[in-house]
Design a binder for this molecule. Structure first.
Ligand code: ASP
Length: 326
């Protein structure tokens, strides 16, 4: 017969063994090598910039490098498909956004992934207000003139975007539907290159996430007609809101967030989420994000569960807006 002591010992080792099964060794030591963060757009755009700022800090916390891989095409859906199919071991992640993880759903009937079913949400990194921007010599001086101009010149004007389903595309679809105009769309691999074309005067206007625009607006290389949020942005105190400028119906704020392939272990997701939160609380990271106009998520919005809810709500919000346009 087993003594009480050896019975207790046996139970303990059984618990220890169970514990070892509950958290696989790979998750316990995670991360032991370089992590790849897929950015679904070209370098220099908002998704790339936000990813680089936050992952540089996360890498310090995790003790491993995080390498950014820009994978472009099809409005970010090429990269997102690749991330969905990657090994769910925590070594391939993606910085998605309102386009890849919401707007693309109604726009691509044959989308090869579903944002809710094929990913584990990790952490929201930033909210990014949308601005209506134009080349600096575009004739309209303010938003009222812009509206009149694009309506009067509907056949001639063009709008840059980062591919069908990208934030720049989806948010300008909303703007264009409110104005009832259909400009010629000019697709790029990201709003980094689209911004270069706007600065060079090769395209007329664009709706973009604020992060890309602040340095250019401050340098006077492009025009900003309005920010599509209820309040002005502290980084651009002279840019009116769409409500102030006469178009209250146009409200749009995008976001960027980290996702892992479905089935990534809860322990790995928790490790990554904690590293992302630590980055968002770092003074230098905050300063850089705020200078570029980003909205840093409040603590309640930083959990994987909150990100899951955001994705669900954003799909529900954008589907009726974009369905008729597809
Ligand atoms: N903002 C994306 C980028 O980082 C493109 C987009 O969704 O419009 O380039």
């Amino acid at each position: 017969m087993m003594s009480i002591r050896s019975l207790a010992g046996a139970c303990l080792s059984a618990f220890a063994a169970l514990g070892a099964f509950a958290v696989p060794a790979s998750a316990q030591n995670y991360p032991t090598r370089t992590i790849t963060m897929i950015v679904p757009f070209a370098a220099g755009g908002p998704t790339d910039v936000i990813s680089r700022i936050v992952t540089a800090h996360m890498a310090q916390t995790l003790g491993q490098s995080i390498v950014i891989e820009n994978v472009v095409g099809a409005g970010g859906t090429t990269a997102t498909t690749r991330a969905a199919r990657a090994a769910n071991d925590g070594y391939t992640l993606i910085t998605g956004h309102m386009g890849t993880h919401a707007a693309s759903v109604p726009l691509y009937p044959k989308l090869a992934y579903h944002p809710e079913k094929d990913f584990e949400p990790v952490a929201l990194l930033a909210g990014t207000p949308i601005l209506i921007l134009a080349r600096k010599d575009f004739p309209p001086k303010d938003l009222k003139e812009f509206i009149a101009y694009v309506k009067a010149n509907a056949e001639k004007v063009n709008a840059a975007h980062a591919g069908i389903g990208s934030v720049s595309h989806a948010s300008c679809e909303l703007l264009n539907s409110i104005l009832d105009v259909k400009p010629v769309g000019v697709p790029f691999n990201g709003t980094g290159p689209a911004m270069n074309a706007l600065v060079a005067g090769q395209v007329d206007y664009m709706c973009d996430q604020i992060v890309n625009a602040v340095p250019q607006i401050n340098a006077g290389t492009i025009k900003a007609y309005a920010v599509a949020t209820p309040e002005r942005n502290p980084s651009l105190p002279n840019v009116p809101t769409t409500a102030e400028a006469g178009l209250p119906a146009f409200q749009a704020q995008a976001w960027n967030a980290v996702f892992a392939p479905k089935g990534t272990s809860p322990a790995i997701i928790a490790t990554l989420n904690a590293a992302a939160i630590k980055a968002l609380d770092d003074e230098n990271v905050r300063k850089r994000l705020l200078e570029l106009g980003s909205v840093i998520p409040q603590p309640a919005n930083r959990t994987p569960e909150a990100l899951a809810t955001l994705v669900k709500n954003e799909i529900a919000k954008w589907t009726p807006v974009l369905k008729p346009a597809s």
